[in-house]
Design a protein around this ligand. Structure first.
Ligand SMILES: C[S@@+](CC[C@H](N)C(=O)[O-])C[C@H]1O[C@@H](n2cnc3c(N)ncnc32)[C@H](O)[C@@H]1O
Length: 303
């Protein structure tokens, strides 16, 4: 099955996700990252009639699109939360569903609709205000972050979240440039990275600003902060034989999931479905190059 959604986000490893989750009519599933609802729509087809879906997205515009996508599944009861997936366990508790959840999906990161919206300033390809926040009601826009953060912390973020070898130089250029011209737009950041990395030294496989943009986005949204705890808390809501599936696109995300799963296994009562993370088929990568970095992990509650 290929999951092309309304605003053109192709759901990654859709068949693999559907196979890993125990889905049957009446099942209760949490989608911690609803996005455009591509995975959830396919899940709803399998849990109807009588199933329940709990959809989370901290981006209100994505949540609305996801909701609209699921509107046709009238025989599935639906609950939506414009919240961080770190609230899954709390909301599950409130609905008296702890220990009753059959499946949880966390498709980390962001979707195409967010990347391509120039007003968000997530992509270096389009000129726009340097915002990058997923939840635009709170937090600090990327421009403000770049204009105030210390050089050492900028370097650390660009190195850790972007795996960028030129982090030191990029941080230095950012701090130098902001003295005269505070950062405002995506091209301000592209220009700073261009100044820092000499053309001859640039990685030819990706745009030279890719790693820095990813790093600043992760920092601004605190995407990796206690991701490990969030995965652990969510998994503890599962019913026996329930499964949590994660899709990660960055080494830091995958590491957090790996550690969370290992801790749950060591505690007892959980077993991983796969010995190593699953990756998309070559056919999927050919059809959707954005899936190429995906890693899927899955953990079943056994007792
Ligand atoms: C990769 S997309 C999900 C795509 C979706 N599975 C589909 O098939 O359409 C990830 C979504 O998760 C949301 N998201 C990312 N981190 C989040 C968090 N900590 N809490 C809630 N939502 C989050 C993003 O706003 C984005 O809409």
């Amino acid at each position: 099955m290929r999951g092309k959604t309304v605003a053109e986000h192709v759901s990654v490893m859709l068949n693999e996700v559907l196979e890993a989750l125990p889905l049957q009519p009446g099942a209760i599933v949490v989608d911690g990252t609803l996005g455009l609802g591509g995975h959830s729509a396919a899940i709803c087809q399998k849990i109807a009639p009588g199933g329940q879906i709990l959809g989370f997205d901290w981006d209100s515009s994505m949540l609305e699109l996801g909701k609209a996508r699921l509107a046709g599944f009238e025989s599935v009861s639906q609950h939506f939360f414009n919240e961080d997936y770190r609230a899954i366990s709390l909301r599950v508790e409130e609905l008296n569903l702890r220990g009753k959840i059959n499946g949880i999906l966390m498709d980390l990161g962001l979707n195409n609709a967010q990347i391509e919206d120039s007003a968000r300033g997530i992509s270096f390809r389009t000129e726009g205000p340097l915002d990058m926040r997923m939840d635009r009601q709170s937090g600090e826009p990327a421009a403000a972050y770049l204009n105030r953060e210390s050089q050492a912390r900028l370097e650390k973020a660009i190195w850790e979240y972007g795996d960028e070898n030129w982090a030191k130089k990029i941080a230095q250029v950012i701090v130098q440039r902001r003295k005269d011209h505070p950062f405002r737009t995506t091209s301000d950041l592209v220009d700073a990275v261009a100044e820092a990395i000499p053309p001859a030294k640039r990685d030819k496989r990706i745009h030279f600003a890719t790693r820095t943009f990813q790093a600043i986005r992760i920092a601004v949204n605190h995407e990796l902060d206690d991701l490990e705890g969030a995965v652990r808390d969510a998994a503890r809501c599962l019913a026996i034989d329930g499964v949590i599936v994660t899709l990660s696109y960055h080494s830091g995300e995958d590491r957090a999931v790996k550690h969370a799963f290992r801790e749950l296994r060591q505690e007892g009562g959980f077993k991983e479905l796969f010995d190593k993370p699953q990756t998309p088929t070559q056919a999927e990568i050919n059809a959707n190059s954005k899936s190429r970095s995906a890693k899927m992990r899955a953990l079943r509650r056994t007792t």
